[in-house]
Design a protein. Sequence first.
Length: 168
Amino acid sequence: MATVLFYILGFTMLAATLLCITRRNPVHAVIYLVAGLFALALMFYLLGAPLVAAWQVIVYAGAIMVLFLFIIMMLGLAPQDVPEGPSWQRWGPLALLSSSIMICTLLLIFKDPMAGQQIDDFYLAPQVLGEALFSRYALAVEIVSFQLLFATIGAYMLGRPLPKGEDQ
């Protein structure tokens, strides 16, 4: 059962990523990327890494995608063209990806592959990880936080309107 779920989630992640890079509308591309990141989080959970799965949802599918949407809105990116055709062609891929992720999530909830197993000695508690991040690797954490700050300032500088008289 776990192997079938793994392949379904892998295909879902691959399809969502391909749809992300082929969409002309940047907001649709971000939504497909979020679907791919959720599928990846479910794969992490399936492989026995619930903490990494939670980080995947919180950090990447949550915070980073909100940042991407914020940049898209600040830059005023608009879709290149409006697709013609029935609405099922526009909403079909998203509905298919969302339903496959929802079905896999429900299967993981009702048939947990980790249920009944003992936590081994190599299990890393979140407290130990937090202590390592903010003591031993504190410099790396600060460097990443500065990179995010610089990216935010760069997005602001790119998105701000030019003063009168300045050419692009």
